[in-house]
Write a protein that binds this ligand. Structure first.
Ligand code: GLN
Length: 304
């Protein structure tokens, strides 16, 4: 496995110079575009990694998966999907246009609007309590007490006017429950959770193991809920590039503008790849190429 991971990094490296780090969140603009790492976790407890797999990065939109997991665990799936849909948006993750046509109801949990709507349902009066609920569950899964990157959080909180507009817009339609500023701030905090590839792959492993965390043997979600999350990752996890990711990689995935992509191979493994250089849709070029290589080499596509 180690040699295949090294080969995957080597195949991806030439593409890094085609990307740019996220500049619209000022603190992310300082990321190093040459970094590249990958980690694989198997249900038998073994893990493998290469490159910058031990470097911490903010998970950004990958947090939307764990926000959804937390909400389903505490409220049940029906309650969550009263607020958000199950369809790809075909639009950028930050877009407002569709929301106006569709009475403020986000198309899916993995666009910013969807994650903010779900953040409004989480238990806890304040955004820091809600963050603790989300990050607490993830910490148990990855075996380390996680925290947010305060620089990145403050940077997005101080500049994230479009996300705030999306939040207030949804509040107008009563899609956001309770205080909209708490929901938006919970979202910003969740996006700033800092993890390494190895930790992220560990945290996602239960999604490839029918809902059970193989390390603790604890059931995190029912199998039918995992089926929904993996399906949504397939159709919506890479925003308006989800179709292409399905063709080229062929497994459920979720990306973030911090440069990470979490990929789930149902029944087989979880993979987290990281490289801060992004394509024009906000997906990590390096992480995508690493996953594309691994999928081809190990025959991982679900559609082959
Ligand atoms: N925090 C980022 C934002 O809301 C997350 C976006 C992303 O990772 N695609 O813009």
């Amino acid at each position: 496995m180690h040699s295949i991971l090294d080969a995957a990094l080597q195949s991806a490296r030439p593409f890094l110079s085609k990307g740019k780090v996220a500049a619209y969140i000022p603190a992310l603009n300082r990321a190093n575009p040459d970094q590249l790492g990958v980690a694989v976790c198997l249900p038998d407890g073994s893990s493998f990694s290469a490159g910058d797999a031990g470097v911490g990065f903010t998970i950004q939109s990958i947090s939307k998966v764990f926000t959804l997991v937390t909400a389903i665990r505490s409220l049940g799936r029906d309650r969550v999907f009263e607020r958000v849909g199950l369809e790809p948006s075909g639009n950028p993750f930050y877009s407002l246009v569709q929301l106006e046509y569709e009475a403020g109801r986000p198309r899916n949990p993995f666009i910013n609007a969807g994650a903010m709507a779900i953040s409004s349902l989480l238990p806890g009066e304040t955004s820091s309590i809600r963050l603790d609920v989300v990050a607490g569950g993830m910490s148990e899964l990855c075996g380390r007490e996680l925290s947010i990157n305060v620089d990145v959080y403050s940077s997005e909180r101080d500049t994230g006017n479009r996300n705030k507009a999306v939040g207030f817009f949804m509040k107008h339609f009563d899609i956001i429950e309770g205080d909209v500023t708490v929901a938006v701030d919970t979202y910003f905090r969740s996006c700033s959770i800092e993890m390494t590839c190895l930790e992220l792959a560990r945290a996602g492993l239960f999604l490839s193991n029918h809902g059970v965390d193989p390390t603790s043997k604890q059931r995190i979600l029912e199998q039918h809920d995992v089926q929904w999350i993996n399906s949504l990752m397939t159709t919506c996890g890479l925003y308006d590039a989800s179709g292409e990711f399905a063709c080229r990689v062929g497994v459920p995935g979720k990306s973030g503008v911090g440069g990470g992509i979490l990929a789930i191979v149902p029944g087989k493994m979880s993979i987290a790849a990281f490289g801060p250089a992004l394509d024009e849709k906000g997906n990590s070029i390096g992480a995508w190429k690493v996953l594309e290589f691994l999928s081809a080499e190990m025959g991982l596509s679900l559609y082959a």
